[in-house]
Design a protein around this ligand. Structure first.
Ligand SMILES: [Zn+2]
Length: 175
């Protein structure tokens, strides 16, 4: 199966919330199952979870399409998210705002990361901001502090998209 064909088929599987089918389609079109599949699975689960409403969306409705596009980005390699134009080659964003897709991907990734830390016995995390001068105030306020997992701030931070750079914070383990 050609990669593009596999990407379209996997997109259909994600639309049906069939994460296992999507992983199987990817495995068949690449080098087989990957050691990262468990991580990919938990991150896609977070992104497709209709009850998950990241604060960064500021109360706006998150359409299922945004969730599916975010899960597709995760499935085919998050590194491509750095270049949203590149992602357009394999994901049809339809009517979704690519910025919203990135926000959902980021929120799902950080949520799943908290579960991964808990599973690994890690109890404390630190918020790591980009460190650039244009980090938003909310990001700078939480950065470089240590939190117990249950008290970790939800990422990405809610920032004003018209005035500030998007939140680029990530959680790192502290133990
Ligand atoms: Zn931030």
């Amino acid at each position: 199966m050609k990669t593009k064909e596999a990407q379209i088929k996997a997109f259909g599987a994600l639309e049906a919330a069939d994460i296992e089918a999507a992983l199987a389609i990817k495995a068949a079109s690449t080098d087989g199952a990957s050691c990262f599949d468990d991580t990919t699975r938990s991150r896609m689960e977070a992104m497709l979870d209709l009850t998950f409403q990241p604060k960064a969306f500021s109360g706006a409705a998150i359409s299922p399409s945004i969730r599916i596009c975010a899960a597709a980005l995760e499935l085919w390699g998050a590194s491509r998210i750095k270049d949203i134009e590149g992602a357009r080659r394999f994901i049809d964003f339809g009517g979704c705002d690519p910025e919203d897709v990135m926000l959902m991907w980021s929120a799902g990734t950080e949520r799943a990361r908290l579960h991964e830390f808990a599973a690994a016995g890690i109890t404390k995390v630190e918020v790591c901001a980009s460190g650039c001068d244009d980090d938003a105030e909310a990001c700078r306020a939480d950065a470089d502090k240590v939190y117990r997992l249950e008290n970790a701030p939800e990422l990405p931070h809610l920032v004003d998209p018209d005035e500030e750079m998007p939140c680029r914070c990530i959680l790192i383990s502290k133990s």
